[in-house]
Design a protein. Sequence first.
Length: 576
Amino acid sequence: MRPTVNKFFSYYKPYLSMFISVLACSLITSVATLVFPLLVRYITKDVLEGDLSTALNEVYWVGGLMLVLVAIQNIGNYFVDYKGHEIGARMESDMRSELFAHMQKLPHSFYDKEKTGRLMSRITNDLLLLSELYHHGPEDYMKYLVRFVGAFSILFFINAPLTIAVFCFLPFLGLLALYFNKRLNKAIRRNKERIGDVNAQVEDSLSGIRDVKSFANEIVEIGKFDQANARFFESRKITYKAEALFYNSFETVIQLITITVIIFGSASIVNAALDLPDLLTFLLYIGFMIEPIQRLNHMSTQLQEGVTGFQRFMEVMNLKPSIENKSNAIILPEIHGEIEFRQVSFYYEEHLDRVLQNISLRIQPGEYVALVGPSGAGKTTLCSLIPRFYDAIDGEILIDGINVRNIDLESLRKRIGFVLQDVFLFAGTVMDNIRYGNQAASDEEIIAAAKHANAHDFIMNLPNGYDSEIGQRGVKLSGGQKQRLSIARVFLKNPPILILDEATSALDNESEKIIKASLELLAKGRTTIIIAHRLSTIRNAGRIIVLTEDGIAEQGTHDELLARNGVYANLYATQF
């Protein structure tokens, strides 16, 4: 618990001087507010009941002092409101950057289980509410504590018995707060989870909007969204019910306090224990004493939302990346590209059955190897272990004789290029997307990479050439054009190891022919692993490795494997 509390307050540290200034201004404005009823009491009790010949000058003097207090309050409140919100926004920005950076370190296994919409909710909605707590929390609690203690002290000085009678109601307010805060905390947490579900549904539907329309399933998607939206509405309704009971219970107790003051105060005047100016002052200060209670009541929702947001923030921040660099991780020099698997086994966390079992394999530098086999045999998984997207459960994977677990992650991954079937392009220009392969590349190098990928001609036919916007995920480009840009990125990266995962399986014949020519050029001189279902694309591979659920079933050239009449021959026969 203590580390979490320390973490919560650590975000104030960079802005401590500004935060102290905000608290100081808040304290000054609170004291100024407490002085007003005393000035009213002075006028009604001392000035107007004294020598009226000098009363006018004193009234003007007190009026001038009130104007000064108003100026102090307005200037102070402006500073508190402006700078306080700025501090909250800065802290929110810092936390959002920290959370996003931490998410970048989390492994593939984390994203296999988490929905993008839920993560977006944590990084946006949760932190926005948390910033309000950071700003308003300490400032408001201090401000209203000063007002409450100040008002109570003054009231006790004016009439102790009546003040004690008022104070007797406060335990009821405390019990109400404890009871309803627990209910609100549970309700608010449920709200955040369900708005995360809504975000996830929106992200899922809009990302696949073309498939939705192609299958004419708009009604289906609307139904799924309405279901998630209805669940969120139901949770909000429960929250509002709890809030309504909470606030109205508070208001009832506060009204009872006011009635108590009026009745017993009037009785005290009749018994000459209190005069009218003191009763008026008492009523004014009761307002000051009740206002903090009312505000703290309303702030309880803000507090619960902020605390829940911080808990959800820490849930992600407390996740330790399962794949990290060792303290003495090796920075890879220029490598030859030899890859070796030694008795490698692997399974995903949610599946106890092993995907890979005791795989041993050596790929020579510059060798062109094809991985084939039935779906689910672990071909993509095997390749994902090389750059440590996942870590093997047992065994070792070595590059040029160095265990990948001992290699700096950035250094390792910079030497491996991927061309996948499902191409991901970022919103932005053609130039931006190719440069993603090497941020330090010049425009000339980018154009050269595009030419190697047979992409230059179609790029020059775009409205703005290399500066053309391609839309979210490259929606303005065809499948073949997107694939050529992804190949250009790898050309620019220039890695010694290349992994091609079904890179041409989703393309038409003309695009496939162009892409194959680009890939052959790209693979030249590199250690290349190609994963393929269409066996016609890998006939010329130097070695074909047949992977099944039982491991490596056989390996050899296309002709050698056909001659054995084994697993590969059966797979080939089903396609031709």
